[in-house]
Ligand binder design. Structure first.
Ligand SMILES: NC(=O)c1ccc[n+]([C@@H]2O[C@H](COP(=O)([O-])OP(=O)(O)OC[C@H]3O[C@@H](n4cnc5c(N)ncnc54)[C@H](OP(=O)(O)O)[C@@H]3O)[C@@H](O)[C@H]2O)c1
Length: 177
């Protein structure tokens, strides 16, 4: 059963070569969307495209390393007309701050923060001009619990709405009398 008919809609899923992004690409293609997936691995990209096409869906792969702002901009141009943007690609180096390198910091912020920022900035105005669209940012439960072992990954993820709502709707603390 289709949850929602996405026939005629186009979707970009970053990190569609693996895990959650791959599953999302399959799900959106099943609903009728034409999906564009991005990633660095051409081999896994080709496998995902072949599997979606074998199930009757429409899919394309674009190789893009999201650590490079130039490649992100090229991807945004290629995906300019999408109605659905799923910012899913993410890296999550484990370790406490003193155990992690500057290179890991740069990679995490480029992929988890800057790439979604650039893609959204380029694509959202075009969605608005066409009357609407959907942007989904994939984050993780650990962002809510905030374990100390993943400082970069957690800093590089927006706080989910749920936790913001909780704090803003929490009753004010009682004053000491
Ligand atoms: N697994 C979990 O427990 C979990 C839970 C909640 C949320 N999440 C979030 O869900 C998202 C996907 O997680 P996952 O577990 O499915 O991860 P995954 O299997 O490791 O997949 C990560 C994806 O990101 C892409 N990627 C990584 N670095 C990239 C780069 N520099 N340039 C372009 N693409 C890059 C990878 O593509 P290539 O390898 O082809 O480059 C891959 O398709 C992440 O944002 C993560 O934070 C994960």
């Amino acid at each position: 059963m289709k949850i929602r008919d996405l026939n005629g809609q186009r979707a970009l899923i970053t990190g569609g070569t693996s895990g959650i992004g791959r599953a999302t690409a399959h799900a959106l293609a099943r609903e009728g969307a034409r999906v564009l997936i991005s990633g660095r691995s051409e081999e896994r990209g080709a496998e995902v495209i072949a599997a979606i096409k074998a199930s009757g869906g429409e899919a394309e792969f674009v190789r893009a390393n999201l650590e490079s702002a130039g490649e992100v901009r090229a991807l945004a141009e290629r995906a300019a007309e999408v109605e659905i943007l799923v910012n899913n690609a993410g890296v999550f180096p484990a370790g406490a701050t003193h155990e992690l390198s500057e290179a890991a910091f740069d990679e995490t912020f480029a992929v988890n923060v800057k790439a979604p920022f650039l893609l959204t900035a380029a694509i959202a105005p075009k969605m608005v001009a066409r009357g609407g669209g959907a942007i989904i940012n994939v984050t993780r439960w650990a962002r809510v619990l905030q374990p100390s072992s993943r400082p970069f990954h957690l800093a590089g993820r927006p706080t989910p709405k749920r936790s913001r709502r909780r704090s803003s709707s929490s009753p004010p603390a009682k004053r000491a009398t």
